[in-house]
Design a protein around this ligand. Structure first.
Ligand code: HMG
Ligand code: MG
Length: 307
């Protein structure tokens, strides 16, 4: 049943990260034809923005070493966006050669994660991103910036809000169109999320430029999403079937499952354009290919039960 709640947007854009954030964390490398079918099914379920892969060092993330092959076989359509992760000039070069029109750079609010994920300090990683964003704009690309560890870090513990705002401002000063707030290890709670969004607003980064990217490690992802929507955010990252994590942050478990997000949004009377039945079928199909059940509660509730 659809029962609206005041103070929420009428429509939310879902930024699907399953093929990238989900599959980057699978032990087994998923074959290109399975990845391609996954993306095609997600699009058929109504998802319009699907982060498909990363142009990172193949030794760092072997699961996505087939980025070129995947982009070559994906079906294209003017209303489908396929952003990809790009950390540096080499990655951008590869993305441009493969017809990419949307990229995401990915920074860290903490030094420890910047070092582990990018082999750089925070300052060095921003220096690495600057020419990437500049060239991407010259080539007419849309650029998102991620900022990881916004609520806590496995090596540094609590991350002060001022520190997140400072790094976020430096990333957005490069000229990125959107900032995705990554609670990479899922430790955030709704008051923290609200305070962070308010602090970013006070620093000039309004909710029209924000997205939220919650991991569900402590079961807080949906509560945090509701807090972000109440604060004015209208773009939410999620991963079909709850696939995912981050290979360079061991305590990062699954992302917010897209099905759980869609269930909540539709229940609140918020439009997403997603056909929940087709999405559940897709995640059920993917779980069978991966050989283990989806952690999504909605996928579990709505999938056919074994005889
Ligand atoms: P590095 O080793 O410092 O790289 O890695 P380098 O610049 O010194 O270059 C070393 C070699 O790598 C060179 O080759 C380069 O050409 C090559 P050589 O001359 O030795 O033969 N190289 C590349 N090859 C292919 N594609 C490239 C590339 N770049 C360099 N793009 C680097 C630096 C950034 C490349 C590395 O640290 C890296 O690839 N990191 C990626 C880590 C990653 O993908 N992590 C997961 C995504 S982040 C995430 O999941 C969080 C998020 O979901 C939000 C959240 O939840 O918080 C987004
Ligand atoms: Mg993530």
């Amino acid at each position: 049943m659809r029962v609206p709640l005041s103070g929420l947007p009428r429509r939310v854009s879902i930024y699907e990260v399953g093929p990238r954030d989900g599959l980057q964390n699978e032990k087994a490398v998923v074959p290109v034809d399975v990845k391609s079918e996954f993306v095609t099914r997600l699009a058929a379920a109504g998802l319009r923005t699907i982060e498909t892969t990363s142009f990172v060092h193949p030794k760092w993330v072997p699961q996505l070493a087939d980025a070129e092959d995947l982009l070559n076989v994906l079906p294209r359509s003017p209303d489908l966006r396929y952003p990809v992760l790009v950390p540096n000039a080499r990655g951008l070069e590869r993305a441009l050669r493969n017809g990419v029109t949307e990229i995401a750079i990915f920074g860290s609010a903490t030094e420890a994660f910047a070092r582990r994920n990018l082999n750089r300090t925070v300052a060095e990683s921003i220096e690495m991103f600057a020419p990437v964003v500049e060239r991407a704009h010259r080539e007419g690309l849309w650029v998102r910036a991620y900022i990881s560890m916004v609520c806590g870090d496995p090596w540094e513990g609590d991350v002060p809000i001022e520190q997140v705002v400072s790094v976020a401002s430096r990333l957005m000063d490069l000229g990125c169109s959107q900032l995705s707030l990554g609670d990479t290890i899922g430790v955030g709670t709704p008051g923290h999320v609200t305070a962070l969004i308010e602090a970013l607003g006070a620093a000039g980064i309004g909710t029209e430029r924000l997205a939220v990217h919650f991991h569900d490690t402590y079961g807080q992802a949906l509560a945090n999403t509701l807090a972000a929507l109440r604060a004015g955010v209208t773009c939410v990252d999620s991963s079909a079937g709850g696939l995912g994590g981050c290979p360079y942050a061991e305590s990062a478990t699954g992302n917010l499952p897209t099905e759980d997000l869609v269930w909540m949004l539709h229940g609140l009377g918020i439009d997403t354009g997603v056909d929940l039945g087709r999405l559940v079928e897709t995640s059920h199909w993917m779980a069978r290919r991966l050989g283990r059940p989806s952690p999504s509660r909605v996928v579990q509730a709505l999938s056919p039960k074994p005889e």
